[in-house]
Design a protein around this ligand. Structure first.
Ligand code: ADP
Length: 499
């Protein structure tokens, strides 16, 4: 008799969630708890690793209690997590030596500039697939070793351990018995060679990071260990782990080369599966490991939009044009077009393919007839145009068109947005019934390793489409709209440099 559920632990940037899934990929219980954000200085972001641990365990127990499930009902645990966030702790006591330094934290920006000035960019990106940026774990780890009293010495002596969040949770769940990372998370540290699947000794030497503190890299779907029986009343197998975006790609069943998913959340994240081939970007996109299953490793190319749903949030919270994000759809549909207006939400500069930190937001093309509905519509359209630009950059990098385009994230509830998106990219979009793809991916990775799901085909069969959005716009209109968008973007570039 197979056990009933697979548990997904979804450790996000602002909250911990636990979802129990059944064999059909349906949610049977959910619990969620926010935890504290710590901002010690401008541009610095930290979490307390013990908050991360305790909220995660709290929601896991709550999700089980809600449906009266015991450890014997849980087949396995899969973990998905905020990526790049860095924890260092004492191997014996389990005490963190410093707060977790969160992916958003910019404290190592100056150090990263120094690495670039030394001309290290090509070496680092050819091995890790990443650009040099404070975002990734390596320079955060180095910062802790340099700035916490005695940390470097203790690390060299083998007293300290490093981990990204899945590593920290697995170590805690197994009460220190297992110190591992999965390939997808390792590929975000900027010290992992994504071709050899090993820590890169040249980068470690360059940053003076002792290898003995690093976790053992493992596939994303494999048996890592068992939870300490005290936590859930008996042992549960831990057998899946992946970074949040990679996990979403897996949860969307984008298993073959050319399949892509785009998440419309606060920011936007687009990943396309490039199969066993790590594609090097010429457009400033990242090459990343999607997942490892057995001997096979799948790669992806990744790009992000800084301001996606956040543009609607801005219109709601700062401008006050609407009181609820969901109302944007009705407002956008109440007008036929934007009356020539464009919003370029370059509030914090523009990412791929422009990479201009000096670009700033703008509302352009205004005429006397533009009203708030046109502006809201222009904001939604900006989410689609930015995705279009990203997709073009990706297609150029991979050398062929994207084959399937699946969507998820909070803003993909907006049908207007997806209709317009399909028109602009001129291909169909697929919205699944379950848009909680991040946690679902982690559950699938775990259940595949234990045999709860027998093959990837079981997962593909579970993936159900809610709605397909097909393009209806004519070529001439599409071209004219896109031309206008690029004109508008051009007006925003370099703005902060000149004023
Ligand atoms: P997160 O990135 O925090 O996980 P979500 O995936 O929950 O975010 O998406 C929330 C974002 O989506 C918010 O920025 C919100 O403004 C936007 N959003 C939510 N619902 C809609 C909607 N119906 N139309 C447009 N934007 C929406």
């Amino acid at each position: 008799m197979k056990r009933k559920y697979v548990m997904a632990l979804d450790q996000g940037t602002t909250s911990a969630r636990c979802i129990l899934y059944d064999r059909y990929g349906k949610q049977v219980s959910v619990a969620q708890k926010e935890f504290r954000q710590i901002y010690p200085h401008e541009g610095w972001v930290e979490h307390d690793p013990m908050d991360i641990w305790s909220t995660q365990i709290g929601v896991a127990q709550e999700a089980m209690l809600k449906i009266d499930a015991g450890y014997e009902d849980i087949d396995s645990i899969g973990i998905t997590n905020q990526r790049e966030t860095t924890v260092v702790w004492d191997r014996k006591t389990g005490e963190p030596v410093y707060n977790a330094i969160v992916w958003q934290c910019r404290r190592t920006a100056g150090f990263c500039d120094g690495l670039k000035e030394q001309g290290l960019e090509d070496m680092i990106s050819s091995r890790t697939g990443l650009i040099i940026d404070p975002y990734f774990s390596a320079t955060k780890l180095r910062w802790i070793l340099e700035n916490v009293d005695g940390a470097h010495e203790r690390a060299k002596n083998g007293e300290l351990l490093f981990g990204t969040i899945e590593t920290w949770l697995i170590w805690r769940l197994t009460e220190g018995a297992v110190h591992v990372t999965d390939y997808s998370n390792a590929s975000r540290t900027m010290m992992f060679n994504i071709h050899t699947l090993k820590w890169d000794s040249d980068i470690l030497e360059l940053l003076d990071i002792p290898e003995c503190m690093l976790p053992e890299p493992k596939p994303s779907s494999c048996i890592y260990g068992q939870t300490n029986p005290r936590i859930f009343g008996g042992p549960i197998t831990i057998s899946g782990a992946a970074g949040d975006q990679q996990s979403a790609l897996f949860g969307q069943a984008c298993f073959s080369e050319g399949e892509a998913k785009n998440t419309y959340g606060t920011g936007g994240f687009m990943l396309v599966n490039t199969g066993s081939r790590p594609v090097v970007s010429r457009n400033g996109l990242l090459t990343t490991i999607a997942w490892g299953i057995g001997e096979d490793v799948s790669y992806a190319i990744e790009g992000s939009v800084f301001m996606s749903g956040a543009t609607i949030q801005w219109l709601r919270d700062e401008v006050g044009l609407l009181d609820h994000a969901a109302k944007s759809e009705k407002m956008a549909r109440s007008v036929e077009n934007t009356a020539g207006a464009y919003i370029v939400p370059a509030f914090t500069g523009l990412g791929a393919p422009y990479w201009d930190p000096y670009a700033r937001g703008a509302l352009l093309g205004l005429t006397r007839g533009v009203n708030k509905n046109h502006i809201v519509r222009a904001a939604l359209e900006s989410m689609a145009y930015q995705t279009y630009d990203l997709m073009n950059a990706m297609e150029e990098d991979i050398g062929h068109g994207i084959k399937t385009f699946k969507v998820d994230g909070g803003a993909c509830a907006n049908d207007f947005l997806l209709e317009f998106q399909a028109d602009i990219i001129d291909m169909p979009l697929y919205r699944p019934e379950c848009i909680e793809t991040t946690s679902l991916g982690a559950a699938y990775l775990a259940g595949l390793a234990t045999g709860y799901w027998e093959s990837m085909k079981d997962i593909t069969d579970n993936w159900q489409v809610d709605r397909v959005f097909r393009p209806v716009m004519g070529q001439e209109k599409r071209d004219a709209l896109i031309k206008g968008w690029h004109e508008a973007v051009g007006r925003t570039l370099g703005w902060a440099k000149n004023v």
